[in-house]
Design a protein around this ligand. Structure first.
Ligand SMILES: [Zn+2]
Length: 376
C-alpha cells in the first residue's frame, strides 16, 4: 500500500467507502493509485468527470484544454468559479487548481493546448501511456482525431457528448489495446463512419446541465472499470438519453465492429493525418473563433505593442486584450457587423501563438483580427 491508499496528512480512510465496494478493496484502490487517465476537454463533461476521478484516487490525471473560463460556463462547468471567469483563467489550469485542493495525493497535469493532429501522438505516447482517455470535447473533428489516435496507439477511449437535453456515451476498446482480446469493441467510425455535415451545438441548441453531469458520470464509471482492468464490466452499448423527454436507449455494440472500418479495420488514420482540422474554427458556446498559431509568440513584446491600442492583461502563458476596431480601418471585414462603425473584440493570445478571438463567430474576421494585431 502506498501513501494514497493508506492516507496521508491524517487523511487515513479517505477511500474507505469506495474500498468497501465489490471489485475495489486495497488491491483495486492501489491499482487506481498507480493509474493514469487523460481527459480531453475541461468543459461541461470534463469538469464532473475529472472531479470524480480525482476524488476516486486515480493517481495521475491529465487535463487537455485550449480555452479560458467565461461567465457563461459556470452554469454547468463545476470546477470553476466567478473569479476564474473574471480572470479568464485557462480552464486546464483553473481545473487543476481546484482538483489539487480536493485531493493533493493525485498528480494533476494541466495541458493548455489545443488537441490537434500535431500534438495528439506526442501527448498519448509517453511511457507509460495513459490507461484510458476520456473524450470530453465538443466538436466532431477532434472526436474523430481522438478515435484515430487511441486506435493507433492502443488506448481505451470513453466517448461522450451532450447538447440541449440529450447525451450519449460509448466505451471503445480498440483491438490494439494489449489486454483487449475478445473484449475489443467497435470504434467510433465503425458506428458513425463519417462525421455529420452539421449538427446542433450548444451555441444553437443550448445545454441542460443535468445531462452533461450524467453522461460525465457514466464516463467516469467506465474509465474506472478500465483502470481496474475490468473490461468484462464495460457497457458495450451506445447509451443515449434525453432528460427532458425521459427517453433512454441502449444500442448493443456486440456486432458493430467492422472489418472494413477505415480506422480500426484498415488502419487509415485520416483525422490524425490532418483531415478536418482548420486553422480557424468557431468555438461552441463562446461567440468566438480560435485561430491556430503558426509559431510561438513573445507575449511581453506583443503586450507592449498592443498597449498602445488596447487594454492588455498579461500573465506568463497568455495575454488578453480588448480591442475596439473601427470599420474603416479594420481591413478585410474586421468591422463587419458593427452598427456604430466600431466593433469590439476580446483577444486571448497564448504563448504557442494560438489565439481566441471573441466578438465574432466568423473565421474570416477572426483571421483578419489575428493578422492585424498579432501579425503572424
Ligand atoms: Zn472501427
Amino acid at each position: 500500500m502506498d501513501a494514497q491508499t493508506s492516507g496521508h496528512d491524517g487523511t487515513a480512510g479517505r477511500y474507505a467507502r469506495q474500498m468497501l465496494l465489490r471489485g475495489f478493496g486495497v488491491e483495486g484502490q492501489s491499482r487506481l493509485a498507480s493509474s493514469h487517465a487523460m481527459i480531453i476537454g475541461a468543459g461541461a463533461l470534463g469538469c464532473p468527470a475529472a472531479d470524480l476521478l480525482v476524488r476516486a484516487g486515480v493517481g495521475r490525471v491529465s487535463l487537455v484544454d485550449r480555452d479560458v473560463v467565461e461567465l457563461s460556463n459556470l452554469q454547468r462547468q463545476t470546477l470553476f468559479d466567478e473569479r476564474d471567469a473574471r480572470e479568464r483563467a485557462p480552464k486546464a489550469e483553473a481545473a487543476a487548481r481546484r482538483l489539487r485542493s480536493v485531493n493533493s495525493g493525485v498528480r494533476v497535469e494541466p495541458i493548455v493546448e489545443h488537441f490537434s493532429p500535431e500534438n495528439a501522438e506526442r501527448l498519448l505516447r509517453p511511457h507509460p501511456r495513459p490507461g484510458v482517455v476520456l473524450d470530453c470535447t465538443d466538436n466532431f473533428a477532434t472526436r474523430y482525431l481522438i478515435n484515430d489516435v487511441c486506435v493507433k496507439v492502443g488506448v481505451p477511449l470513453v466517448y461522450a457528448g451532450a447538447v440541449a437535453s440529450s447525451g450519449v456515451a460509448m466505451t471503445i476498446v480498440p483491438k490494439s489495446v494489449p489486454n483487449a482480446g475478445e473484449r475489443a469493441t467497435a470504434c467510433l467510425r465503425c458506428v458513425f463512419p463519417e462525421p455529420p455535415a452539421s449538427a446542433p451545438t450548444c451555441d444553437t441548441a443550448g445545454i441542460f446541465a443535468p445531462v452533461s453531469s450524467i453522461v460525465a458520470s457514466v464516463q467516469a464509471s467506465e474509465a474506472i472499470k478500465v483502470l481496474l482492468g475490468r473490461l468484462d464490466l464495460l457497457s458495450n452499448t451506445l447509451l443515449s438519453m434525453d432528460l427532458w423527454t425521459n427517453e433512454r436507449r441502449r444500442i448493443s455494440l456486440s456486432d458493430a465492429r467492422r472489418e472494413d472500418c477505415p480506422c480500426c479495420g484498415r488502419g487509415e488514420f485520416e483525422f490524425l493525418a490532418g483531415r478536418g482540422s482548420q486553422d480557424a474554427r468557431t468555438m461552441c458556446g463562446r461567440g468566438a473563433v480560435q485561430v491556430a498559431g503558426h509559431a510561438p509568440v513573445d507575449l511581453r513584446a506583443l503586450a507592449a505593442r498592443l498597449r498602445s491600442v488596447a487594454e492588455v492583461h498579461q500573465s506568463e502563458d497568455h495575454l488578453t486584450a480588448t480591442l475596439d476596431v473601427t470599420s474603416g480601418k479594420g481591413g478585410a471585414g474586421a468591422g463587419e457587423g458593427a452598427r456604430d462603425g466600431v466593433s469590439r473584440f476580446e483577444l486571448t493570445v497564448f504563448a504557442d501563438g494560438r489565439a481566441i478571438v471573441g466578438g465574432t463567430t466568423d473565421p474570416g474576421i477572426a483571421r483578419s483580427v489575428y493578422a492585424r494585431f498579432i501579425g503572424l
